[in-house]
Ligand binder design. Sequence first.
Ligand SMILES: *Cc1c(COP(=O)(O)O)cnc(C)c1O
Length: 389
Amino acid sequence: MFKELNPPSRILMGPGPSDVHPRVLKAMSTPLIGHLDPHFLEIMNENMELLRQVFETKNEVTLAMSGTGSSGMETVFVNLVEPGDKVVIGVNGLFGQRMVDVAERCGAEVVQVTGEWGHIIEPEQIENTLQNNPGVKLVALVHAETSTGVLQPLKEIADIVHQHGALFVVDAVTSLGGIQVGIDTNDVDACYSGTQKCLSVPPGLSPVTFNEKALEVMRKRKTKVQSWYLDLSMIQNYWGEDRFYHHTAPISMAYALREGLKLVVEEGLETTYERHWKLGQALQAGLEAMGLTLHVREGHRLPQLTSVRIPENIEDAVVRKQLLEQFNIEIGGGLGALKGKVWRVGLMGYSCNRRNVLIFLSALEQILSEHGFEVEKGKAIATAYEYMK
Ligand SMILES: *Cc1c(COP(=O)(O)O)cnc(C)c1O
C-alpha cells in the first residue's frame, strides 16, 4: 500500500518553484467546470485582463499558454521564426542558451551575443552585432537570468533593436510579478513568463504577450508554424470570441493563475516590486555581513534571485542538504559555468517575506560556522533587519 500523500512543509527559497500562496491553493481546490462553460470563458477573459495589468501592456494578444515557462519560450520562437531567419540571442546564462537551442530547432540562423555568467549583455554588443549582421528578424534577451541573478536592462537595447528594424523578445519568467517588466514602456514586442517564480502559483502555465508588430510578422509567415500545440493563430481562436475548441485548458491552473494575479494587483504593482527590492537588498546585505561575496556586482543584481559565492573549503551539497533536512529550507545550487561555485537564493512572490530572510540567514550562519567558516554571530541578521524597517 502507498501511504497518503504527505510532502514535508518546505520553505522554497530556490530558483523556483516558490511557495504557493494559500489563496492560490484554495482556488485550485474549487470544483471543475467545463472549459467551454460560459463561466470558464469569463475566467479566461479575466485572466487576460489581469495579465495585461501585470505585464503593463495594452496588447490584445496576452494569454497563458498551457505548459511551464519553457512552453512560452517555444511559443515565441515557433510563431515568430521561420527556417533561415536570422536571430540574435544574448547568452550570459542557462536560459539564454536554452533560447539558442529552441531557435535553432525552428531553423533559425542564430548569432549569439555572449556575456560572462554574472554580467549583463551590453547595449554596444547588440549594436555591433546588428551592424555586422544585416537583416536580423529578432533579438532576444533574458530579463531576469535565474541561473546567475543578473537583471538585464531593457530599454536602451529595445531602442537599438528597433532602429535596426528587428523585433525585441524578452524572457520574463522570473521577473513577472517580482520586478517591473513594463512591456509597453520598455517597447518589448513579444514576451513570455511562467507561473512558479514570482506569481506564487504552481508550475503549469506560461503567460505570453505579443504586440501588433509581432502579430504582423506572424500574419506574413510563408510557412506553417512547426508546432500544432503552440500555434498562436489557433490558440487565439480559442481565447478569442469564437471559442473554437483547440485543447482542453488546464482549468485548475487557470483558477490558480487568476488568484495569483489578483494577489499582485491587490497588493499593488509598485508595492509588490518594493517588497522584492527591499527584502532582496536585506538578504544581500546580510550575506555580505556574514563575510560572503555576492556573485553579481551591485547595480546588476536581481532582488528575487541572489547568487552568492560558496566560500573555500565549504562543501556545496553538504550545506544545501543541511538546510533542507534541518531547517526545511530549499535553496538552489549553481548551474553550468557556476556549478559548485554559487548558491542561488530566491525571494519570489509569496516566498519573499521578512521571516524567510531572517530564518535563512540564521540557519546559514549556524551551518557555516559549524563547518569552520568564521562568522561574527548575529551580524548578518542585524544588518538585514536594518533594511526591513
Ligand atoms: C524557470 C525559467 C525558465 C523555464 O521555465 P520552466 O517553467 O522551468 O519551463 C525560463 N527562463 C527563465 C529565466 C527561468 O527562470
